[in-house]
Structures are given as C-alpha cells and as structure tokens.
Design a protein around this ligand. Structure first.
Ligand code: NAI
Length: 245
C-alpha cells in the first residue's frame, strides 16, 4: 500500500512543490489549503497528471480546530491512513513589536504555531496506535535568529524551532519522528511580493549568490518524511543557501 502524506498550504509555493515531490515518489497526497479556488485548480492539474486516486484536496484553515478535524476526516475518506503530516502553511507580517496590531499578531501565531498543535491532535493518535509516523514542521532561518522588522514571525518560527524538540521527545517512544525544515529566502509567491531591489539584496547576501527554490525545500521535506532520514528526530534543518551560517 502507498504511503500517505497530508500537506498544509499545498496550493502554492513550497507546499505545492512538496505535493509534486511526494506524488512523483509514489505517495498518496492529501493537499489542504485555505485558498479553495487555487487549491481546486492545482488539485485538478495534479489529478490529471497522476491518478485521481493518488491525490485529494480539502479546503482547510489550519488555525481552526473544526476545519483541521474536517481535514482529518477528508484524509481518511480518501486514503486508508496517514503516515506523514507536513505542517507547511504559514504567513508573514512585517514590523517591530509595537507596530503589529493585535489581530495580525494573533493571526500569525495561530497560522504558524497553533496549527501544529491542531494537526498533531488530529493525526498523532492514529500514529501512536500504529507506532509509526513522521511529522515535518516548517520553521525558518527566522526561527533560529533575529531579523529586523520581523518580530512576530521570529516569535512564531522560534516557537516552532523549539516545539519540534518537545514533540520528538514525547512521540519518539511510539516510533514517531518529528523534524523541522528551516528555509532561507525561497522564491515562492510569499517571497516574490518583495520589491525586486530587496530580492537582489538577498541574492547578494547569500554566499552562493542565489535564493532557495521551492523544490529544494520540498526535497528536504520528503527526506525528513521518509525512511531515508530514519535516525533523525527533533532536528532543525536549514535549507538556506548559506543564510543561516
Ligand atoms: P506561500 O504564500 O507561497 O504559500 C503558503 C500557502 O499557505 C498558501 O497557499 C496559503 O493559501 C496557505 N495558507 C495561508 N494561511 C493558511 C491557513 N490559515 N490555512 C491553510 N492554508 C493557509 O508561502 P511559502 O513561501 O510557500 O511558505 C510556506 C512555508 O514556508 C510557510 O510556513 C513560510 O513561513 C515558510 N517559509 C517561507 C520562506 C520563503 O522565503 N518563502 C522562508 C522561510 C520559511
């Protein structure tokens, strides 16, 4: 039987690349995204390219408990069980602490951090029962360092960078591995919203003089979800074109 992965934020950027990566490796993919229109569009394309039995899409707000429970139900309707969860959905809001309004602060923390609590509650019980599973969270190099004008993102991704250790400790005895991928500046729709001059500055600041591509992160997510990374748990793994050194 094929392995099954649930990928959040799968309609765009890194999550879309990850969906393609897992499909190409023969996994079943349950795609989930807040953006229903875009999600349905990319789902249609992928289900035509692969077997419609191999891929499904569910609209989901990862910051909402009911929505995440509905996602778990959709995953079990489409596929027998879930082997891996990729917590990829995330948002970014600019500003120093005093410049960020309360709603924006709460929205980032809920989308980037609480979402992992919710998906874990929804999917980890079956992994505990089956004594196997992998969870890959998406932190950032911004979870490992401070950045100017990125206070809530630093707070959120920093929380994810330490949460992975707690999850790895608590679930290791059940054969469940939990790791983070920590992308550096990656050329996704989220990053392309920066002015070209800012993008050029980032390129010059990289020791490799380049930005990360979504496919680079997707390959690492696949590695961390698969048996290839069997001895690894509780790790933060930068994929960052040298930004985090
Ligand atoms: P993106 O904006 O291209 O894609 C994010 C996807 O998540 C979108 O399809 C969006 O609809 C979805 N999403 C947003 N809020 C959601 C919610 N509440 N529920 C469900 N889906 C939701 O972003 P990108 O760049 O692909 O980012 C993916 C992850 O990688 C995020 O966690 C981000 O913080 C992280 N990251 C990105 C970096 C970059 O430079 N692009 C660098 C470091 C980390």
């Amino acid at each position: 039987m094929n392995s099954t992965v649930v990928i959040t934020g799968a309609a765009s950027g890194i999550g879309l690349s990850a969906s393609k990566q897992f499909l190409a490796q023969g996994w079943n993919v349950m795609m989930a995204d807040f953006n229903n229109d875009l999600g349905q569009k990319v789902y249609k394309e992928l289900s035509e390219q692969y077997s419609p039995k191999q891929v499904a899409f569910a609209p989901c707000d990862v910051s909402n408990a009911q929505s995440v429970d509905d996602l778990a139900q959709a995953a079990h309707q489409a596929f027998d069980h879930v082997d891996s969860v990729i917590n990829n959905a995330g948002i970014f809001v600019k500003g120093a602490v005093h410049e960020i309004d309360e709603q924006a602060w709460d929205r980032v923390m809920a989308t980037d951090v609480k979402s992992i609590y919710l998906t874990t509650k929804a999917f980890v019980p079956e992994m505990i029962e089956r004594k196997s599973g992998t969870i890959v969270n998406t932190s950032s190099i911004s979870g490992l360092q401070g950045d100017y004008n990125m206070a809530v993102y630093n707070a959120a991704k920093g929380a994810v960078a330490n949460l992975v250790r707690a999850m790895a400790l608590d679930y290791g005895k059940y054969g469940i591995r939990v790791n983070n991928v920590n992308p550096g500046p990656t050329m996704t729709p989220m990053f392309k919203r920066n002015p070209q001059s800012v993008i050029d500055e980032f390129i010059q600041a990289s020791p490799l003089r380049k930005l990360v591509q979504p496919e680079d992160v997707a390959r690492t997510m696949f590695f961390l979800a698969s048996e290839e990374s069997a001895p690894m748990t509780g790790e933060n793994i930068p994929v960052a074109a040298g930004f985090a050194i």
